[in-house]
Design a protein around this ligand. Structure first.
Ligand SMILES: [Fe+2]
Length: 290
């Protein structure tokens, strides 16, 4: 039985970042503490799980404080679902303990790989959309889900190139994967837009193919214009074309919990609140029209 009493997750959430913890620890502004006490209109926070797996003490203490007041979701990069390395059961065991401690509404990772030969890389590495890759991902997701005793969400990547040996589109791969692995989806709208521009496909075609019944969460973030391509830096406000695509996604999927992700040049918390309010307004618009 849960130690936390709360409604199911809905509406717009914010990615919890250590910058906002530091405000609390240093006493300079006590921003997050004020946030907690005043209960701002943030429906939930998403936690970068890999930051808490090896730590006790203060980080977990503050996370417990947040958890007392808000629902949480977990988002990680360490499952390395597309790697040919064996699954890291040490990692999964620590993750499972964190899940039992904080009871997140759900747990997500990426449609990518981050390790080879036991060495972990700092980036999410893409892969060709082949039948072989599909079988590999599906088998590993099934194993992870059996170990954790729950379904996980997988997130679509942002890509900068296409492999010549692809046997299917990314959206066909995603659709086949959720059926084969019986997993759920985290659809990153910014990633779809960035990949569409960089690889020259129609983002609307991608969105129309998404199996709506499998989507539990949406991500929104800001990319950087690099001239020849778009770079998924998560360092800006959500760009206008992504807001436009987000509205199309919501029309396709219905009201869906949506997270503002910001990982570089992290701004004041008030900026994240503004972005979340914009996403919430879009969800409210959809619900009012229903
Ligand atoms: Fe994302």
């Amino acid at each position: 039985m849960s130690r936390f009493t709360e409604a199911p997750i809905g509406g717009a959430g914010i990615g919890l970042r250590t910058k906002h913890y530091q405000d609390v620890l240093s006493g300079q502004g006590a921003q997050l503490q004020e946030v907690i006490e005043n209960r701002p209109p943030v429906a939930w926070f998403e936690v970068l799980t890999d930051n808490y797996l090896g730590t006790g003490g203060l980080p977990r203490h503050h996370l417990h404080q947040v958890r007392e007041n808000y629902p949480l979701t977990f988002h990680g990069v360490g499952m390395s679902l597309g790697s040919t390395d064996p699954l890291d059961y040490g990692y999964l065991t620590r993750l499972k303990a964190l899940i039992e401690d904080f009871e997140p509404a759900w747990v997500s990772d990426h449609l990518a790989w981050v390790s080879v030969g036991g060495r972990y890389l700092h980036d999410l590495i893409p892969f060709p959309y082949t039948r072989e890759a599909l079988d590999l991902f599906a088998q590993r997701i099934i194993e992870v889900q059996e170990f954790l005793g729950r379904r996980i969400l997988v997130e679509n990547p942002s890509t900068y190139l296409s492999f010549t040996n692809c046997e299917m589109s990314e959206w066909a791969f995603v659709k086949a994967l959720v059926e084969q692995a019986d997993c759920e989806l985290l659809i990153d709208v910014n990633n779809i837009y960035v990949s569409a521009v960089n690889n020259g496909f129609d983002p609307l075609e991608y969105v129309r193919a998404i199996p709506a019944e499998r989507v539990r969460e949406i991500h929104l973030a800001g990319y950087e214009e690099m001239g020849q391509y778009l770079f998924d830096t998560h360092g800006y406000r959500v760009r206008p074309p992504v807001w436009e695509l987000y509205r199309f996604v919501l029309d396709q999927l219905g009201p869906t919990p949506t997270l503002i992700e910001w990982d570089n040049d992290i701004p004041d918390f008030s900026v994240l609140l503004e972005e979340a309010a914009k996403a919430q307004a879009e969800i409210d618009r959809l619900e009012a029209a229903a």
